[in-house]
Design a binder for this molecule. Structure first.
Ligand code: HEM
Length: 575
């Protein structure tokens, strides 16, 4: 879920072209535009074939009757982007730049940022068109620095880095245990134990606060909840992250993840020679070593327990890790890296979403009262909800959806489309092309020379789903927190057969916080269950309020969309 496309928009200000379609010298860069035009001009027969195959509403309407190419796209120059990021201050809020550029250039534009040459798409219809053409084994983005680290240590690539059939094989092991509702429901008891710990932890923090009610820096507490939640599922055991004394390995992991994520923004932009001078690459490697070490340690500990049980003749069936280990489709190395990546993907995401949800509930008594009433009716006497109870809590789900609409933790996604040509509206993008091209240079005398370049060209699409989910045309009062918009039972259309576009209805691709298609988030169901259980039980026990004079908190982009400042909330016990 870490999308360097979005990362790059915030930090790639100057860099050699490690990632551009062509691997070539700077002299060659000058000739790029010309060659691209030649490369991209679609053969006339391709157009009807592609459009028929994909059943897309493609209109080839350029004057010449040909589709346009990447070079015809509008968009900011590299310098203009620097201006927006640095002088206009959009560096920590690149998610907002999506909307700014969409209003300047329309729903599709090109931007060249550092090493990236992007085709940005910011309307639900265009996003849908990219996804429909993404091919059998979609690639989000290349993560060359992650890959380099894995090569350095001889590790397996893992979900984020791997592609093609290898990636597909890993997903085929994980999907059934992660995305099937019946399987995910079996994690309910252990998640409830983790929520019990969270409630105890909040009680402790309240009792320590000056006013006996405030929990300072809620996101960092929810981070521990997220870590404990996902590890309890993966390792089928409790780590104790919500205790006062956090295990050393947990602290090490948390620090390493923070380092790795922030260094992931800069490391790919630095030339290799700088590694001898700057410590950043070394720190990046160290951070990954720590993440891997912790994951490997936890897995090994669990394996030893399982083996001991087997020797005693006790049953060994477990939830997640046991399933992965018993599958003969994954090597031990792949298990280690998969566990590391699931831990990595499963912590900040749920914790930040929960923080934002509580932030809004605290500020909107009406929404909080309605949510509490729903939870109380479905689960009287503070009974912890079961998975079945959740189906009677549409407003709870609406609150989470509305939170993810306003604050999609991953505000932009990427797709390298390399298997097929792609057609978006009137534009044609070639499939991955490897080859050589030559440029002729002639001088005043008659002698000429040919320079041959090797290149690989593939189009990197940046799916601007922050802009899509904040689009006023799709979501009326788009900047306001209105969970009711997800309540279809309230939709006028369902009563009077008169749809209200923009409020109760929206394009399905205008809201894709978990991504979409076969490469979409593998942790979606687990994340939803954790958030539903935690939020409903917090409502059963507490009324949340902002501190007196609490400031408005806005999101900032730091690899993920996170609160720009700590969120402190008052938790008042319900009678
Ligand atoms: C609010 C919670 C979460 C959000 C909003 C979220 C969002 C995303 C997004 C947008 C993607 C990219 C999907 C795509 O390319 O189409 C993704 C991928 C991924 N997520 Fe999540 N995620 C969440 C929770 C989790 C959890 C709990 C886990 C672990 C259990 C997890 C693990 C992953 C992994 C491993 C991938 C990469 C999948 C692949 O490339 O095959 N995520 N997530």
């Amino acid at each position: 879920m870490f999308c360097p496309v979005t990362l790059s928009l915030s930090l790639s200000l100057s860099h050699t072209h490690t990632h551009t379609p062509f691997t070539m010298s700077s002299a060659a860069a000058a000739a790029r535009s010309l060659r691209l035009r030649a490369l991209c001009a679609p053969p006339a027969r391709l157009v009807p074939l592609c459009s028929a195959r994909r059943k897309l509403n493609v209109q080839a309407s350029t004057a010449a009757g040909r589709l346009k190419t990447i070079d015809d796209l509008p968009g900011p120059s590299a310098l203009t982007t620097v201006y927006w990021l640095l002088l206009r201050g959009y560096l920590p809020k690149t998610h907002l730049l999506q909307g700014v550029h969409r209003s300047q250039y329309g729903p599709i534009w090109r931007s060249r940022v550092g090493p990236y040459d992007l085709v940005n798409v910011a309307s639900p219809d265009l996003i849908a068109q990219v996804i429909q053409q993404e091919g059998r084994y979609p690639v989000r983005c290349e993560l060359p620095h992650w890959k380099e680290y894995r090569d350095l240590r001889g590790q397996a690539y893992g979900l984020h880095v791997d592609t093609g059939e290898n990636w597909y094989r890993m997903r085929s092991v994980l999907n059934p245990k992660m995305l099937k509702s019946s399987e995910v429901s079996s994690y309910a008891p252990i998640i409830h134990q983790v929520v019990d710990d969270l409630l105890q932890r909040l009680e402790l923090l309240r009792s320590r606060s000056v006013d006996g009610a405030t929990v300072p820096d809620l996101p960092s507490e929810l981070y521990k909840f997220g870590f404990e939640g996902i590890s309890s599922i993966l390792f089928e055991t409790r780590l104790g992250c919500l205790k006062d004394e956090i295990p050393h390995s947990t602290l090490r992991f948390i620090t390493a993840v923070n380092d790795m994520l922030s260094l992931s923004q800069t490391v790919p932009l630095l030339p290799r020679w700088s590694r001898a001078i700057l410590p950043l690459w070394r720190r990046f490697v160290q951070a990954w070593d720590d993440i891997y070490d912790v994951a490997q340690g936890l897995v090994s500990r669990r394996i030893a327990e399982i083996e001991a049980r087997a020797q005693r003749g006790e049953p060994t069936e477990g939830l997640y890790l046991t399933h992965m280990l018993s599958s003969d489709k994954l090597s031990r190395d792949e298990v280690y890296i998969t566990i590391a990546e699931l831990l990595l993907g499963g912590v900040d995401t749920t914790s930040n979403t929960l923080s934002w949800a509580l932030y809004h509930l605290a500020r909107d008594g009406r929404v909080q009262d309605r949510l509490y009433a729903e939870v109380k009716a479905a689960c009287p006497d503070r009974r912890p909800p079961t998975s079945e109870d959740l189906s009677r809590m549409p407003y709870l789900k609406a609150v989470i959806k509305e939170t993810l609409r306003l604050y999609p933790v991953v505000p932009g996604n990427g797709r390298f489309v390399s298997e097929n040509e792609v057609i978006l509206d009137n534009y044609w993008f070639p499939k991955k092309v490897r080859g050589a091209a030559s440029r002729w240079r002639s001088d005043a005398s008659t002698c000429c020379c040919s320079v041959v370049f090797l290149f690989v060209f593939q189009t990197l699409f940046h799916l601007c789903h922050y802009a899509a989910s904040h689009d006023q045309a799709e979501f009326e009062h788009a900047e306001r927190f209105i969970p009711e918009r997800w309540d279809r039972s309230q939709a006028p259309s369902s009563r009077r057969d008169r749809p209200t576009p923009g409020f109760y209805q929206h394009h399905p691709y205008s809201f894709i916080p978990f991504g979409v298609g076969v490469r979409a988030c593998v942790g979606k169901r687990v994340a939803e269950m954790e958030m539903y259980f935690a939020l409903s039980r917090l409502m059963q026990h507490y009324q949340v309020q902002p501190e007196d004079g609490a400031p408005i908190v806005r999101p900032k982009f730091r690899t993920l969309l996170i609160p720009e400042k700590p969120i402190n909330l008052r938790f008042l016990p319900r009678a």
